[in-house]
Design a protein around this ligand. Structure first.
Ligand code: NAD
Length: 483
């Protein structure tokens, strides 16, 4: 059934302009299932000419979409949400096949993705302005909010549905038009979402998807064209910096959701069982390939042994295997480069004195054993870079001040977690951590109506909630002198 929908989507897409029949689109590229190596499907391989054509359509569609009321836009968004939920199983299977996410997580992601559409269908109606108390009796001062214009959106492979709707739903609700370029590892989910947008009655030129195996070439026309008013990017810090510089050429508004290196602090007064349950959820979700995965687990020396024993049992019990099986908890890494990075972090740590109490080995294929490392100390790569894999390094600490300093000693600042029953410490430490998102006794804080985003090298701007809508609105000040 998923296959039928994907094929239907491709045909629909071709007839609606996602894969225009121009020369460049005669080319396609294959999407490979990381669990099996099988070809999942083919996506149109767009080039710079297709990008220029998509920009023309997005720019032309903007005034018409902007002129609709937020209520009219909300009606279409709500129908889109309904169709996403109706096709939950097909979208979930497609995602699992494209990038190896366990199917139960994929189903959860579809609901999460629909949650953004649901929220912004309503939130668009609350793009309020202000009346500013005037300094002059014969003047009235207004601040209104208007959509920024045509938007270029670039998304990663690790959340093929939610990263799309987290950008597209607020942009469309605000009155912007969007051209989205999904990651080359998992583009078919975005194509399917765009097809459902059209089925919901959404205009084809208002939300377009450009799939490509050459992201730099396709992106260039967007950066060169001043009519594209905004770049919104989610991906690695390395690529984010490049695109930030490119966007400066035509002074675009920019939102960047970049890499993370999340610390997970377990204090001596923590509920150890709850902390282990939550660290397992945040560490091993998506095989450790999320930007908010716990990457450094700091455990107070007095409870370290109990924590490691409990966590070792939990890591050993993880079920690794076929992403399409309902019982699988950990799937493969997305590609060879991802696997090699994880393996190199583990071998570097072990060479410098760490011990793998569970796992530690790569294989078969793109799988990596769920791994628990102890005796991890400063100077190991795993404490300096985002691992993006199913490896949990444990570091001991004894003082609150030292562990906060260690947690902040990174260029990144996306998510941080702390476990304590002491209310004073919960406030003190969450205020001291230089991060955009803090989970206090909560390993899974993300939700569509709350702000998501980082500080420092983790990005600029926020997605989710009312903050996510602001990213697509410009403030316009109107001063009226009364006759
Ligand atoms: P990536 O930076 O390699 O790719 C992201 C996107 O950028 C893809 O669509 C890719 O095609 C595109 N891209 C790559 N090079 C480009 C270029 N030269 N010009 C234009 N586009 C280019 O990241 P990834 O491997 O897809 O995703 C993993 C990264 O994303 C991790 O670092 C993760 O932390 C981060 N991430 C962040 C968030 C967040 O909300 N902060 C969410 C999910 C993932």
């Amino acid at each position: 059934m998923a296959k039928a929908i994907a094929l239907r989507t491709q045909r629909r897409s071709e007839s609606r302009g996602f894969s225009p029949g121009c020369k460049e689109h005669m080319k396609t590229f294959n999407i490979i299932n990381p669990a099996t190596g099988a070809v999942v499907g083919a996506a149109a391989d767009a080039g710079a000419g297709d990008a220029r054509a998509a920009i023309e359509r997005a720019v032309a569609a903007f005034p018409l979409w902007k002129a609709k009321t937020a209520f009219e836009r909300g009606d279409i968004l709500r129908r889109w949400r309904d169709l996403i939920l109706k096709n939950e199983e097909a979208i979930a299977r497609l995602m699992s096949n494209e990038m190896g996410k366990p199917i139960t997580e994929s189903r959860g992601e579809v609901k999460y993705a629909a949650g953004f559409v649901d929220w912004y269908a309503e939130e668009g109606k609350r793009a309020y302005g202000d009346i500013i108390p005037s300094h002059a009796g014969a003047k009235r001062l207004l601040a209104t909010r208007q959509p920024v214009g045509a938007v270029y959106a670039v998304t990663p492979w690790n959340f093929p549905a939610a990263m799309v709707t987290r950008k597209v739903a607020p942009a469309l609700a605000a009155g912007c038009t969007v051209v989205l370029k999904p990651a080359e590892q998992s583009p078919l989910t975005a194509v399917l979402l765009a097809a459902l947008w059209i089925e919901a009655g959404g205009p084809a030129d208002v939300f377009q998807v450009l799939t490509t195996a050459d992201p730099a070439a396709v992106s260039e026309p967007f950066f060169a064209d001043a009519r594209v008013r905004k770049l919104t990017f989610t991906g690695s810090t390395e690529v984010g910096k490049l695109l930030y510089a490119q966007a400066a050429r035509t002074v675009k508004r920019v939102s960047l959701e970049l890499g993370g290196h999340a610390p997970f602090l377990v204090f001596e007064d923590a509920d150890i069982a709850a902390a282990v349950t939550q660290v397992m959820a945040t560490k091993f979700r998506n095989a450790g390939q999320t930007c908010v995965c716990a990457n450094r687990i700091y455990v107070h020396a007095s409870i370290r042994e109990a924590f490691v024993t409990k966590m070792s049992d939990a890591v050993r019990a993880l079920r690794v295997g076929d992403p399409l099986s309902d019982t699988t908890q950990v799937g493969p890494l997305v590609d060879r480069a991802g696997l090699d990075k994880v393996a190199s972090h583990v071998s570097d740590a072990v060479a410098k004195g760490a011990r793998a109490v569970v796992g530690g080995q790569a294989g078969p294929g793109l799988f990596f054993e769920p791994t628990l490392l102890v005796d991890v100390v400063a100077g190991m790569r795993i404490l300096e870079e985002e691992t993006f894999g199913p490896v949990a390094p444990i570091i001991s600490f004894t003082s609150e001040a030292d562990v906060v300093a260690a947690a902040n000693n990174t260029p990144y600042g996306l998510a941080a977690y702390l476990w304590t029953r002491d209310l004073g410490r919960a406030f003190r430490v969450s205020e001291a951590l230089d991060y955009g998102i803090i989970g206090v006794n909560d390993g899974l804080p993300a939700t569509p109506h709350a702000p998501f985003g980082g500080v420092k090298a983790s990005g600029i701007g926020r997605e989710g909630g009312r903050w996510g809508l602001e990213e697509y609105l410009d403030v316009k000040y109107v001063s009226i002198a009364l006759p």
